[in-house]
Structures are given as structure tokens and as C-alpha cells.
Design a protein around this ligand. Structure first.
Ligand code: 6GU
Length: 251
């Protein structure tokens, strides 16, 4: 997968992309991440990227020309100038976008190539939204200073679900949200810590019992913390019965 990021602050990405799972995925060639400085696509002498809002008001607005130029250059550079919107999504990171979640990750993961635009200042010129961008994404109902941190969140979520991105010791299959439920509780050594014990069943060696216990924990945790997730989770008949029991407080 080839991810292009358009930003005014390219240095923000160096730390997060040179560590851990993302770094490994880049080194393995699973993902190529190109950071483009929006300022490099200005054509005026002073490399102006923003301007005052028409009609007045506080803050600055990102100008359309550099963003259109950057996307055109990326389309050309990749020899895919004929690539339509369907193949090359141009995604604006903005608090006004649709909420990002695991399902959105799965959708984006289907693309071979995508462009993420990090919004900044008071916003971007509306013509960018109307005529350049194919999708708008927000990572939650709060306001960040720019789209950069959101872009990192999207990249991380995308990378960790790529086959081969996680080591053999790791697994995305049991992550919270991968099944529509929250992940079960985890324990490691010591077996007794400050008098707090690891649940017996995990020491039993009985794999079926362990799997059952974990699924139960998952359900319990989800019903307590995020009952909204249960509406869309795929559950077996046994799990539905368990859930009913939990709801009636019989667990
Ligand atoms: Cl994508 N951008 C900004 N600036 N703030 C946000 C966001 C994005 N998602 C949540 N808050």
C-alpha cells in the first residue's frame, strides 16, 4: 500500500513512523509512506499556503492552489494520471468528517494507494472539499490543532491490520473491535502480585475452557463499557444466551 500525506508539518511524522510496527512494515515493504510538504507546491515567491477568510472572521484558511497542485503531482508522479477518484481516494482529515472506526479501516485497506490531507488553521477552502476531496474523516468528537495526529492514527490502524505487519507473537485477530467486541482481560507473570491472583482457568491448560472464559470476559466488558457495540457484533447462539443472562444479572 502506498500512502501519501500532505502536511504543513512534515517533521511531526518522523518520530512515530520510525518506531515499532509502522517502521517494521515500512522496512518490510508492506507500506510506503510519502510525506509531502504542502508548501513545496506553492508557485508564488513567498510560498504562501494560507490566507484570510472572505467575509472576515478569525484565523486563516488553507488556500486551494497548493493542495490541487500536490494531488495532481502525486497522480502524475505515480504514472496514474488516469486513475479516477474510485482508485485514488483523497481523504481530508477534519473534525467535520465521518467518524473513523475499525470498519472504516477495513474499507480504506482495500486501496492500493491513498492520499491523506492534513487540514489546519481555521479550515480549508471549501472548493477543496467540493472538487478535490473524495472523503472526510474525523477521529473523534474533539478538536485537534491539525490533521497530522489524526493521519498518524489512520496510518497506524491501517498498517496493523496488514497481513505480515505484526510479528508471530502479535495478532490483530484478537484486538478489541476486530470481532466487534472489546478484548478480554490479559494477565502475565507473576501469578500472584500483591496478593492479586491470576484467574485459575488461565493456569488450567484447558484450552476450550480458556477460550470460553475469554469470550465471556469480552462480552461482560463490552456490555459494561460499550453496550452500543453489541448491536452490530456477530454472536453465536450460546453467546446470545450468555448475554441475556448477563443482562438479567445472572452471571
Ligand atoms: Cl481529523 N482533525 C482535527 N483538526 N481535529 C480532529 C480530527 C481531525 N478528528 C478529531 N478531531
Amino acid at each position: 500500500m502506498h500512502i501519501h500525506i500532505l502536511t504543513l508539518f512534515p517533521n511531526m511524522f518522523t518520530g512515530p513512523f520510525s518506531e515499532s510496527i509502522i517502521k517494521r512494515a515500512i522496512d518490510q515493504g508492506l507500506v510506503e509512506i510519502a510525506i509531502h510538504n504542502i508548501r513545496d507546491y506553492t508557485s508564488d515567491r513567498h510560498h504562501v499556503v494560507d490566507d484570510y477568510p472572505y467575509g472576515g472572521g478569525p484565523g486563516m484558511v488553507l488556500k486551494p492552489e497548493p493542495l490541487f497542485a500536490a494531488v495532481a503531482a502525486i497522480r502524475g508522479e505515480c504514472g496514474e494520471s488516469e486513475k479516477g477518484e474510485a482508485e485514488l481516494p483523497v481523504i481530508l482529515l477534519t473534525p467535520q468528517g465521518r467518524l473513523f472506526n475499525q470498519r472504516a479501516t477495513e474499507e480504506l485497506a482495500k486501496y492500493e494507494e491513498l492520499i491523506l490531507i492534513c487540514g489546519h488553521y481555521e479550515g480549508v477552502d471549501e472548493r477543496v472539499r467540493e472538487h478535490l476531496v473524495t472523503d472526510e474523516i474525523s477521529i473523534g468528537d474533539y478538536v485537534l490543532s491539525g490533521g497530522e495526529l489524526a493521519a498518524m492514527v489512520v496510518v497506524d490502524a491501517l498498517v496493523r491490520q496488514m497481513p505480515g505487519a505484526l510479528g508471530s507473537e502479535e495478532s490483530a485477530g484478537e484486538d478489541s473491535h476486530s470481532s466487534g467486541l472489546l478484548e478480554y482481560s490479559q494477565y502475565t507473570r507473576p501469578q500472584s502480585f500483591r496478593g492479586w491472583e491470576v484467574p485459575e482457568v488461565l493456569l488450567s491448560g484447558n484450552h476450550a475452557a480458556i477460550a470460553r472464559w475469554r469470550r465471556e470476559q469480552s462480552l461482560l466488558r463490552t456490555i459494561k463499557r460499550r453496550p452500543d457495540l453489541l448491536e452490530r457484533a456477530t454472536l453465536s447462539d450460546e453467546e446470545r444466551m450468555l448475554l441475556e443472562g448477563m443482562r438479567r444479572g445472572e452471571d
